[in-house]
Design a protein around this ligand. Structure first.
Ligand code: GLN
Length: 456
């Protein structure tokens, strides 16, 4: 893996390589294998991983791909990476991403974009690996590591997984501890596995999940054996097809993929039923009010004093100038846009019109899902993304809303706190991977993964 990573610098997937840590952890895994005998070993023993730059890793640069955190080396390990390392996993390095996880193409990173290892047939255009976990998706798709951690606030695990032909799971909100993960929008953020297969996702989720007293929103629930649930038997399950996800102008290829997936689940013995999630069309605008609002508050801590970068000050500059110059230099344009939107929607005159209204819409979206689950639906099948991977630079020139529209199928479940998985299910006419998304009942990741397994 270390050699593959060095040979693949042009992909821009790894932003900090940690070969010394990797070799130490690999030797420790070897020792565990020779001491313990194969049966007692944890599932992740010796598995080489890439870690998204959003996770704090002790003594190793953790910058959320932002210049404002340049040089920041945390004193502590995030709960997720601690649990993975305790289970024997090996860290190869830190992975590229959109700055503070804000974006859908990995193009807002201070390190520059990551590149999708896939190309359209007969066309050399470099494509985005998706975002914000674009380094994770590129690294797994290019076989630089066996799996990677991702985080998903509005689609950042599932969309890059779909763009690169891998599997990505966003767990139920509270399943995985957020402690030590640099916060974007705290009520939406969840970490999850990005892997080659559904089985790998099940194994890795088992190592990442669990109650953590250091995260007050982490659920005190037992972690089931997700892998044991992969029986392949989905007979008697009810799969909902939401009519509101059949958007105007949806490509015939995405539509055909969706129908094929539906047929696969029907053939495997599931009952297919049309459902309605009437508030779907308000999800994207509600998300792009709530996420920036929380982000503007979370990012207030980057003040030039506590972490990373501080601007050079001129004669007579005081503390206000220090804050202003540091934040102007340290945050990229998209992050600044989110801070401005967020502070605007939270400001006294507009709080009710925007932020409070978005919170009410969020409740309605959550109720839509609750109602279909009460009617007996076990999982919901939708496309993961409106298109296959697009060209680097193709969307950045346009109005930012065009980029936000990428998240139209993924943001709904973050607002509702539900688990979702993107499974690679086919190729488009130009040979690029496409994914389908399954949305599950809260805390039913085991069942969700088993249904996803039937789509592989
Ligand atoms: N693209 C979305 C955004 O920019 C989602 C990002 C994410 O899930 N972290 O907010």
């Amino acid at each position: 893996c270390l050699a593959e990573i060095d040979a693949a610098d042009a992909l821009g997937a790894f932003v900090h390589k940690t070969p010394d840590i990797a070799l130490d952890q690999a030797r420790a895994a070897d020792a565990r294998i020779s001491e313990g005998g194969a049966t007692a070993l944890p599932d992740m023993c010796g598995i080489p991983l890439g870690i998204k730059d959003l996770f704090c890793t002790q003594g190793v640069e953790s910058q959320a791909a932002s210049a404002i955190l340049s040089g920041f080396r945390p004193e502590y390990e995030s709960t997720v990476t601690r649990q993975l390392f305790d289970a024997g996993a090996v860290m190869l390095g830190k992975l590229n991403m959109d700055e503070f996880a804000m974006g859908s193409s990995n193009e807002t990173s201070t390190y520059g974009n990551a590149v999708n290892p896939w190309r359209r047939e007969g066309d050399d255009t470099a494509l985005t690996p998706g975002g914000s976990s674009g380094g994770s998706s590129a690294a797994v798709a290019a076989d630089l590591c066996l799996a990677a951690t991702g985080t998903d606030t509005g689609g950042s695990i599932r969309q890059p997984a779909a763009f690169t032909g891998i599997t990505g799971l966003k767990p139920t909100y509270g399943r995985v501890s957020r402690w030590g993960i640099i916060a974007y929008a705290s009520s939406l953020d969840q970490a999850g596995p990005m892997t080659k297969t559904v089985r790998d996702a099940a194994i890795m989720l088992g190592a990442m999940a669990g109650h953590d007293p250091k995260d007050s929103t982490s659920a005190d629930l037992a972690v089931p054996d997700f892998e044991a649930a992969l029986t392949g038997d989905i007979r008697g399950k009810t799969i909902g097809i939401p009519r509101e996800y059949r958007m105007d102008g949806m490509s015939d290829e995405i539509d055909a993929l969706w129908r094929e997936g539906t047929e696969m689940l029907r053939d495997a013995g599931a009952t297919i039923t049309d459902i309605s999630l009437p508030h779907t069309k308000y999800a994207l605008p509600a998300y792009y009010v709530i996420a920036p609002a929380e982000a503007s508050s979370n990012l207030a801590r980057y003040d030039g004093v506590r972490f990373g970068h501080r601007a050079k000050l001129g004669q007579g500059d005081g503390i206000t100038e220090m804050y202003e110059k540091t934040r102007a230099e340290g945050f990229g344009h998209e992050v600044q846009r989110r801070i401005m939107v967020g502070t605007y929607v939270l400001s006294a005159g507009f709080y009710d019109a925007y932020y409070n209204r978005a919170r009410k819409v969020r409740t309605l979206i959550k109720r839509d899902f609750e109602q279909v689950f009460e009617q007996g639906v076990d999982a919901i099948l939708t496309p993961a993304t409106p298109t296959a991977a697009f060209g680097l630079g193709e969307m950045t020139e346009a109005d930012p809303v065009a980029m936000y529209l990428n998240d139209v199928f993924t943001v709904t479940l973050n607002l509702a706190g539900l688990p979702g998985v993107s499974v690679p299910t086919g190729l488009d006419r130009s040979g690029l991977p496409l994914g389908l998304q399954l949305i599950g009942r809260p805390w039913e990741e085991a069942d969700l993964l088993n249904t996803a397994h039937a789509l592989e």
